[in-house]
Structure formats: C-alpha cells, structure tokens
Design a binder for this molecule. Structure first.
Ligand code: SF4
Ligand code: SF4
Length: 67
C-alpha cells in the first residue's frame, strides 16, 4: 500500500519553493510558517490521494534521492 509522501525529513531539505503546494491536485498541501518565519509545506493526510506529484516536482528531491 502506498503511504503519504514525506516532503522533507529535515528543514534543510526544503527551500520553501511552494512547487509541491502548487502542483497538488487535491489542495492537500498547506504552507505553514515556522517560528523563524519560513514557510514549509504540510500534507493534510485526509485529502492526500498519494499521487506523489509533490515528490516528483520537488527540486531538492530531484537532486538528492532519485531511485
Ligand atoms: S501525493 Fe498528491 S495528493 Fe498527496 S500531497 Fe502530494 S501532490 Fe497532493
Ligand atoms: S517542492 Fe520541495 S523544496 Fe519546494 S516547498 Fe515542496 S518540499 Fe519544499
């Protein structure tokens, strides 16, 4: 079974580009501001259909862990 994707494991692995937020067909991703004022995406698990578009579009993911 597919699982809800993990957009980033550490904050350094997300530049807050909002590409994942923009591409999500279900509007399941919210950008939330952290205590330092940077926006990070959060997936709402109830809306996510696990299409993984957000993972594919992420410029940092593309650079690092391609299987
Ligand atoms: S897997 Fe698809 S539905 Fe789920 S958050 Fe990513 S883009 Fe949205
Ligand atoms: S696409 Fe990747 S780098 Fe951009 S906001 Fe989403 S998780 Fe962060």
């Amino acid at each position: 079974m597919k699982e809800i994707p993990i957009l980033y494991e550490r904050k350094e692995l997300c530049c807050g580009c909002t590409a994942c937020y923009s591409i999500c067909p279900k509007n399941a991703i919210k950008m939330l501001e952290d205590e330092e004022g940077f926006d990070y995406p959060i997936i709402e698990s109830t809306k996510c259909i696990m299409c993984y578009k957000c993972i594919k579009v992420c410029p940092i993911k593309r650079k690092t862990d391609i299987k």
